[in-house]
Design a protein around this ligand. Structure first.
Ligand SMILES: Cc1ncc(COP(=O)(O)O)c(C=O)c1O
Length: 372
């Protein structure tokens, strides 16, 4: 038999699959490692799915580029919530989850051997996109407030990944960073992708901040918007690439070869989520904020931080590792070094955990921190 293609061997270990396996092998633990929404979408969304699935005309191949009504619903959200005018026909691509878009950005904008710049710390799956595109990886160091050190960015590159609110730093975009990214794009010749997966999960009265609201953003890049966190629809696999029309066209071209549309009832339910009552979005955001407050209190002394997302980023007490937390204290958190070298010594705790489990996990952490 022929050997595995090198492309597969270039892929890094899938951080979250490996973490899940380690947690499962540890036996009964409180799992605060995984960011998987614990509350689903409101009933009218499931009802829309059900209604559509009962119609005979929804079971064939969906239009490859997605339903026009869904693109219009995304454009309406961008207008009403983020203050951005989008042309639904040319500036929205429908994706089977925004994770797909992370890979498609590199596939559509980068040649073999080109440089891709990733934030450090940053979401581990970006590195998979670099590997699959056979690109060179350079990092953009982020400070404690998630502000990039632009002086450390390469002068020339094909693509930059940005993500605010940041996973894992749980920080919202610092003032001026989007403008600086646009300037970097013009100077370096690279495209910019802003990962807006946690866009609506912001705390303490902050407003969601879309990259596309900044003058000049859509000329050099685009944004990934996801149904997973805003609407608790992670398992439904529905997301969007929004912004630059040329990239939208390239992504749709690539998808015409890779996929054959998304199940129409899922898309119709997506329209219902985006255009129906929005009170569940605020309720979900407020739930995470309340949990954030409890987690920050429990982790006093560990420099806990969370301005948004459903994570808290905190410093591990001297001499304590996530492996010890798992094996000895029966609580799983995500080790910071998995998000990049600059994450070493830190850890990410997930608030997407039912209240009783979260409180049990926080109590265990509080005891360890107090004893240390
Ligand atoms: C930073 C970040 N980007 C993208 C994704 C992928 O989201 P989706 O469910 O839309 O594929 C995630 C999922 O956890 C994420 O944390």
């Amino acid at each position: 038999m022929r050997e595995r293609p090198r492309r597969l061997d270039r892929l890094p270990e899938q951080y979250f699959a490996a973490l899940l396996a380690r947690v499962a092998a540890a036996g009964p633990v409180v799992d605060l490692g995984r960011g998987n929404p614990d509350v689903g979408p409101p009933p009218h969304v499931a009802e829309a799915l059900d209604r559509a699935a009962r119609r005979p005309d929804t079971h064939g191949y969906a239009p490859f580029a997605g339903l026009g009504a869904l693109k219009e619903a995304v454009a309406a959200r961008y207008r009403d919530v983020y203050g951005v005018e989008i042309d639904p026909e040319t500036e929205v691509a429908v994706l089977p989850g925004s994770k797909t878009g992370l890979m498609e950005f590199a596939q559509t904008c980068v040649e073999d051997g080109d440089t891709i710049v990733l934030p450090d710390p940053g979401y581990p799956d970006y590195r998979s996109a670099v590997a699959l595109a056979d690109a060179r990886l350079e990092t953009l160091p982020l400070g404690r407030d998630a502000r990039p050190d632009w002086d450390a960015a390469p002068a020339r590159a094909a693509a930059l990944y940005l993500n605010y609110p940041s996973n894992p730093l749980a920080a919202c975009v610092p003032d001026g960073v989007f403008e600086e990214a646009i300037a970097w794009a013009h100077a370096s010749g690279g495209w910019v992708m802003h990962d807006f997966a946690y866009g609506d999960l912001v705390f303490d009265g902050r407003r969601p901040q879309s990259f596309l609201a900044v003058e000049g953003a859509r000329e050099i890049g685009f944004e990934l918007f996801s149904m997973s966190k805003t609407y608790g629809m992670a398992g439904w696999r529905l997301g969007f690439a929004v912004g630059n029309a040329e990239i939208t066209r390239r992504i749709e071209d690539l998808q015409n070869h890779q996929f054959a549309g998304i199940f129409m009832p899922v898309q119709e339910a997506g329209v219902a989520a985006l255009t129906g009552p929005q009170d569940s979005v605020e309720a979900r955001r407020a739930t995470y904020e309340r949990r954030r407050d409890r987690a920050v209190a429990a982790l006093e002394g560990c420099e806990p931080r969370s301005e948004g997302t459903f994570f808290v980023w905190f410093k591990l007490p001297e001499g304590l590792t996530c492996e010890q937390l798992l094996a000895e204290h029966r609580v799983a958190v995500a080790p910071g070094e998995g998000f990049g070298e600059r994450g070493r010594g830190w850890a990410r705790l997930s608030l997407a955990t039912p209240d009783d489990r979260l409180d049990e996990g926080l109590e265990r952490l509080r005891r360890v921190v107090a004893a240390g």
